[in-house]
Design a protein around this ligand. Structure first.
Ligand SMILES: [Zn+2]
Length: 270
């Protein structure tokens, strides 16, 4: 599933090819993705100049004077900028023809992604009530400490709460907790300010590193046969249940927390 680094990498890959371009036409090959595609996409987007490609949480926004197209990649979605005559393949659901002679093409085999509309001056309901961006200055250990007081939920569940901070998915929560030496099972309200400072720093460092790594896949966004821009990271905890802890060598534990698979070291993470 695309996590925040993949979405940010997608944004950075698209921006030079999309920003400043005018939408010539839009082709919708089906009426819906996860949700129906609203009529404003067809009615208002053609003719508009895309002023910016922004990201909020795992959503991408194509800003125009008439409003913003709001995209989510879901479980399996990808966006690519292709020559206009590139043959359409299975699951190519949406094309935005640009005045550069290229198309911005949305492919999504499982159709958990979405394409929605945000009128100017409004915030779509999906973007309301979200916590700060993890790479922004608004996210730090003090924020985590303040929001967690009195909370009995496991710290991993707390860290993945989009109202606390956006875009820290299962993989990055597991890795950041490992890096900070905090057990994912510990009650959120029982983690100290100092340890939350370490956790916030780990989240930022790991996400920034993943985004930096993603930069090497940028060419895929303009290659008709390139793979989507997802990438492998060297993960220290996630997906390694039963393997030796990279720090102490004891076997890593695995359990479900909030119905999400979680791996941690019972010795190094307390
Ligand atoms: Zn260990």
């Amino acid at each position: 599933m695309p996590e925040l680094p993949e979405v940010e990498t997608t944004r950075r890959g698209l921006a030079p090819h999309v920003e400043g371009r005018r939408v010539r036409a839009i082709t919708l090959r089906r009426p819906d993705l996860r949700w129906p595609i609203p009529p404003e996409i067809r009615e208002r987007l053609p003719g508009q100049r895309i002023e910016a490609v922004r990201r909020r949480a795992k959503y991408l926004l194509l800003d125009t004077a008439a409003g913003s197209a709001l995209l989510h990649l879901g479980m399996s979605g990808s966006l690519r900028v292709l020559p206009a005559d590139t043959p359409v393949t299975a699951h190519d659901h949406v094309d935005l023809a640009l005045d550069s002679g290229r198309v911005l093409r949305f492919n999504d085999p499982r159709r958990f992604g979405c394409l929605l509309w945000q009128p100017p001056g409004t915030v779509h309901e999906l973007l309301q009530g979200l916590g700060p961006e993890p790479l922004s200055d608004a996210f730090d250990g003090d924020l985590l400490f303040a929001l967690s007081r009195g909370r009995t939920a496991p710290v991993k569940t707390f860290l993945m709460d989009q109202a606390v901070v956006v875009g820290v998915g299962n993989i990055y929560a597991a890795e950041a907790l490992f890096a900070a030496g905090i057990s994912p099972l510990r009650a959120a309200g029982r983690v100290s300010r100092e340890r939350y400072r370490l956790l916030a720093e780990a989240v930022k460092r790991i996400l920034a590193y993943a985004i930096e790594r993603g930069g090497t896949t940028l060419r895929d966004f303009i290659s008709p046969d390139g793979a989507p821009g997802y990438f492998e990271l060297e993960l220290l905890a996630y997906g390694r249940g039963g393997e030796p802890c990279p720090r102490c060598g004891r076997p890593l534990k695995q359990a479900a927390i909030g119905q999400r698979a979680t791996v941690w070291c019972g010795h190094c993470q307390r």
